[in-house]
Write a protein that binds this ligand. Structure first.
Ligand code: NAD
Length: 375
């Protein structure tokens, strides 16, 4: 049983899908580990640290030769996988909708492609959920990125020269990233408020010491859509939300937006006219920028200034905390594979009909088999 840890090829990707910790754990299960040279560099893990953990380090061709499982953060370029063993598993965040031609190419190579972001949101799979592990870090980093761009302090400070007032931070979208953003902004001493369309988040906002800002007079979805996700809101709700948020936004110093709707473009939460009402020097961080953006004018990969307000649109925010993001992603991989480890054959087995396997398996026996992709 050979597991290969691939070096990421996407521009700006600093994470790695395995760490010395997970290498040791896989070896403990009886596997042989091969790490592509330089794979850990962006996450401050040297080749020698992988060797010390018991792995071999070699080039791409050698690590994939005879490998039963290939681990990645993002899906590898199919061309770089020539020579892979038919039936080998490719396990990574494969961006199945965005990289559909790659999925077809994986089928053509005969690999079984398993998309970690399709992990179902069930209790059993929580420790395998890359969306949660990475969003947590994104929410934290978004607040630090905002603090870095902001020309003022977050906490209230009483100094001999006078008082500095606390920053007002507004978090829009209170999923995993939003909750962590609230907690981080609170720790930095800001006055925090937050909004979401799921009413279940109200208690969570309060429990973190922040103020909930909710549309009260229009029926929303009231609870949660399937899998705990939000769905698109009615035009009436969107109008009421726009009005409520307009009044609130003009008084904010920092806004962090995190709203996503699975399989749809990110909802537009802030218009250019609303940006114009904010005080010059304010900062907006749009964590949904790569999904179409919550904020009008946000540009993926850039920090732009509109009406004196900085709009931060960093791509791949988890990669900006590459060491921790890698450690958590690598554990998600280990938790997944070890949960299905078959002691007798010494390898993981995904039984037919298992909810997790059915959800994440994209290709098998040369074909695309995932229902979400086949529509
Ligand atoms: P997400 O990344 O899909 O979206 C972020 C947030 O944006 C969500 O809270 C969503 O309700 C909100 N949103 C969408 N449209 C909005 C709008 N128009 N205005 C304001 N907010 C809007 O969500 P997520 O972080 O993946 O978490 C969603 C839920 O799933 C949470 O309750 C989380 O606890 C739950 N979850 C469960 C598991 C599990 O059981 N295994 C794992 C992870 C998350």
């Amino acid at each position: 049983m050979k597991i290969a840890i691939l070096k990421e090829g996407a521009p700006g990707e600093r994470r790695v899908a395995g760490t010395p910790e997970t290498v040791k754990k896989f070896i403990g299960l009886g596997a042989e580990l091969a790490v592509e040279a330089g794979a850990g560099e962006g996450a401050s893990i040297s080749d020698s640290a992988f060797v010390d953990a018991g792995a071999t380090v070699a080039d791409r061709t050698s690590v994939i030769a005879g490998a039963d499982i290939l681990l990645g953060i993002q899906g590898a370029d199919p061309v770089s996988l020539n020579g892979v063993k038919p039936g080998a598993w490719l396990v990574a965040g494969l961006n199945p909708f965005g990289e559909r031609t790659r999925v077809d190419a994986y089928a053509g190579l005969g690999v079984e492609a398993l998309a970690m972001e399709f992990m179902p949101r069930i209790t059993r799979a929580q420790s395998m959920d890359i969306l949660s592990s990475q969003s947590n870090l994104s929410g934290y980093k978004a607040v630090l990125d905002a603090a870095g761009e902001y020309g003022r302090a977050f906490p209230m400070m009483m100094t001999a020269a006078g008082t500095v007032s606390a920053a007002r931070v507004f978090v829009m979208g209170v999923g995993v990233a939003g909750l962590q953003a609230i907690a981080t902004a609170r720790r930095l001493g800001a006055q925090v408020s937050a909004t979401d369309v799921r009413s279940a988040t109200r208690e969570q906002i309060l429990s973190l010491g922040a103020k909930p800002i909710f549309v009260e007079n229009v029926t929303g979805i009231e609870g949660e859509g399937s899998g705990g996700y939000a769905t698109e809101m009615s035009a009436e709700y969107q109008a009421a939300q726009g009005e409520l948020v307009s009044g609130h936004l003009a008084r904010q110093d920092i806004v962090i937006t995190t709203a996503l709707i699975p399989g749809r473009p990110a909802p537009r939460l802030i218009s250019d006219a609303q940006v114009a009402t904010m005080r010059p020097g304010s900062v907006i961080v749009d964590l949904a920028v790569e999904a179409g953006g919550n904020v009008e004018g946000a540009v993926a990969g850039e920090v732009v200034t509109r009406h004196g307000v900085k709009i931060v649109g960093h791509r791949n925010v988890p990669s900006r905390l590459a060491a921790d993001a890698s450690a958590l992603f690598a554990r998600n991989h280990f938790n997944f594979l070890s949960a299905f480890w078959d002691k007798e054959t010494g390898r993981p087995v995904l039984p037919d009909g298992d909810e997790i396997g059915e959800a994440i398996r994209l290709t098998r026996d040369g074909k695309v088999v995932n229902q979400r992709l086949l529509g």
